[in-house]
Ligand binder design. Sequence first.
Ligand code: ZN
Length: 79
Amino acid sequence: MGRFLVLVIVVVLAVWLIRRALSGSASRGKQPSPPPQGDGELVTCAHCGVHLPRSEARPSGEALYCSEEHARLGPGEPK
Ligand SMILES: [Zn+2]
């Protein structure tokens, strides 16, 4: 009976450790709140390089611009 009890404890312990390891590795990536969309995040104007909040940026193609003017002019040469 003693051996059986030890076996049960070992199995329970092993299952617990495996489940803990699996859940730990699965949630280690991005458990905290997802990155904020919009407010707070700064983006760079592809034309003049000015930094502005993403919510105020003008997307054009794959690039972001600070104004309609720069969106129209397109990516500028880095100075
Ligand atoms: Zn700009």
